[in-house]
Design a protein around this ligand. Structure first.
Ligand code: INI
Length: 173
């Protein structure tokens, strides 16, 4: 396979151009509407990463809040139609313990789906103390792909889908 040297930000600064190639890969993005001013920026970042990397396709699904992301991810995983799932949400700490339940269960549930189904599930959920902090992790006031957790999650999904493919073809004679 010919790999392209694409020059745009990765989650880490390491030179891992190979993982940026998403040709032939299909993705599902599931995004929470809660805190939608932030989650739509995450979605924009994820779309940008997948488009730049040449993903074959991606489909977008919405759920009410982050708490619903794990079940939606599980439904999508069971379709067997995707190489990875990208889960996007934003949980902002308020005055109540609600934050801990929503954030904790969302993280736990998404990891559980990945481990139980064997399908990569990227965790693109911002957990922040304030709206300003959340905004800063979604590309800033105007959005964009730098410092955007949606972009990073899509990059992770591409890398893990590629890894799954490599492992499936490894260990031969
Ligand atoms: N959902 C979020 O995605 N972020 C939040 O900050 C949040 N807070 O703070 O309440 C939130 N709550 C809704 C939750 O995800 C469920 O949709 C709801 O509890 C119904 O199951």
């Amino acid at each position: 396979m010919k790999l392209r040297n694409l020059n745009y930000p990765t989650m880490s600064n390491e030179p891992m151009e190979w993982k940026l190639d998403a040709h032939g890969l299909k993705f599902a993005i599931v995004v929470a509407r809660f805190n939608h001013s932030i989650t739509e920026k995450l979605l924009e970042g994820a779309r940008d990463a997948l488009n730049r990397a040449g993903a074959e396709s991606f489909e977008v699904f919405h759920v009410p809040g982050s708490f619903e992301l794990p079940l939606a991810a599980k439904m999508l995983a069971h379709k067997g139609a995707y190489n990875a799932i990208i889960a996007l949400g934003t949980v902002i700490r308020g005055e109540t313990p609600h934050f801990d339940y929503v954030a904790g269960e969302t993280a736990r549930g998404l990891q559980q789906v990945a481990l139980e189904t064997g399908l990569p599930v990227a965790f693109g959920v911002i957990t922040a103390n304030t709206l300003e902090q959340a905004e800063a992790r979604a590309g800033g006031k105007r959005g964009g792909s730098r410092n955007n957790k949606g972009y990073d999650a899509a990059m992770t999904a591409i890398e893990m889908a590629r890894l799954q493919h490599s492992i499936a073809n490894a260990g031969g004679p």
